[in-house]
Design a protein around this ligand. Structure first.
Ligand code: SF4
Ligand code: SF4
Length: 324
């Protein structure tokens, strides 16, 4: 096992992914490609450069990145106004990240950093008093945390050793062996069902749903046996998975699981993260898709949640703000 993990972000004071106030560690690298993903910097398990033209003070006035980069003509693209337009992480770019290091206004930024367990624990422990006051702790998320399962096990052991509450959020498109050994150290598990039809699941996530559904069944059995609370979510994306047939098929599947869910959360699609796609030089997968009016859509989610409570006996709620 590597003694470091590649982490794309560490977010403090989160309140949606587990109980209380939490520190959330986003692991880099995902096994799916969900078209609505709002964290594109977590998708690939490698460090990436983000660029923010609005911050660049121009090549003429600064130009430090050009001096620092061994191959600026291949990588750094400036507009006629002298502003950095993009950074091409092409084959010639050796990932030295000197361009980001020298940029005074941080118009170039590196996404992803390697951490040891000890380094992460130092950051996690800074907010112990918040966890104690609110019943919070640490949430391991991503990307896909289970793609770096060995490291996650060591990090969770370290949290347990100092009595910090642990939550694991995963899309479960991984071998069960990876999930099981991480789950043994979790105080809560959060996962999601994105579509009950495998072909449509593949269309919107890049992967079929067989492994995910099988792993959800196994997770439910694990939770029934261990008493670890299980939260399931569905990101409800209009025109993709919000139709009555799919929602009812999801309700039927969840009703058949051998555990009572702690919550079933319907998460509203929001067009988010587009500026991050721009900064990475990637296209937003949903293009210029225009979702319904937010108020209408949220009202629809409330209706779906009520139907799932009434017809399927599920603890369904709209959104992730409810108490866990
Ligand atoms: S990472 Fe290094 S090689 Fe790549 S663009 Fe930046 S300075 Fe140039
Ligand atoms: S170092 Fe930063 S501010 Fe200076 S030219 Fe390069 S991108 Fe622009």
């Amino acid at each position: 096992m590597s003694d470091t993990a590649l982490v794309s972000n560490i977010q403090k004071y989160t309140i949606h992914d587990g109980p209380g106030i939490r520190t959330e560690v986003f692991f880099s690298g995902c096994t799916m490609r969900c078209i609505w993903c709002s964290n594109p910097e977590t998708i690939e398990q490698r460090q990436r450069l983000g660029f923010y033209p609005a911050k660049c003070i121009t090549r003429e006035k600064c130009g430090l990145c050009v001096k620092a980069c061994p191959v600026p003509e291949k990588t750094l693209v400036f507009g006629d106004d002298g502003v950095l337009r993009r950074v091409n992480q092409v084959a010639e770019c050796d990932g030295c990240f000197k361009c980001a290091e020298v940029c005074p206004p941080r118009a170039i930024k590196v996404w992803g950093e390697r951490y040891t367990v000890a380094e992460l624990m130092k950051i996690i422990e800074e907010d112990r008093s918040f966890y104690e006051r609110t019943g919070g702790g640490v949430t391991l998320s991503g990307g896909e945390v289970l793609a770096q399962a060995d490291f996650a096990v060591e990090l969770l052991k370290a949290c347990k050793a100092v009595n910090i509450n642990t939550c694991v959020e995963t899309a479960l498109n991984v071998p069960w062996s990876a999930a099981e050994r991480v789950f043994r150290l979790a105080d809560m598990i959060i996962t999601d069902v994105k579509h009950m039809d495998s072909a449509k699941h593949r269309e919107i996530t890049g992967a079929g749903n067989e492994l995910v559904l099988e792993n959800i069944r196994k997770t439910a059995e694990f939770c029934a046996g261990s008493g670890v609370p299980l939260v399931i979510r569905t990101p409800i994306v209009p025109d993709y998975n919000a139709d009555d047939t799919n929602i009812r098929a999801t309700g039927e599947f969840l009703r058949g699981l051998p555990v009572e869910l702690a919550a079933y959360q319907l998460l509203p699609y929001r067009k988010m993260g587009t500026e991050k796609y721009d900064s990475l030089g990637d296209d937003y997968p949903m293009g210029d898709y225009a979702p319904p009016e937010r108020a209408d859509w949220e009202a629809h989610l409330l209706e779906l949640a009520e139907m799932l409570r009434r017809d399927y006996g599920l603890p369904a709620v709209a959104g992730s703000a409810g108490k866990l």
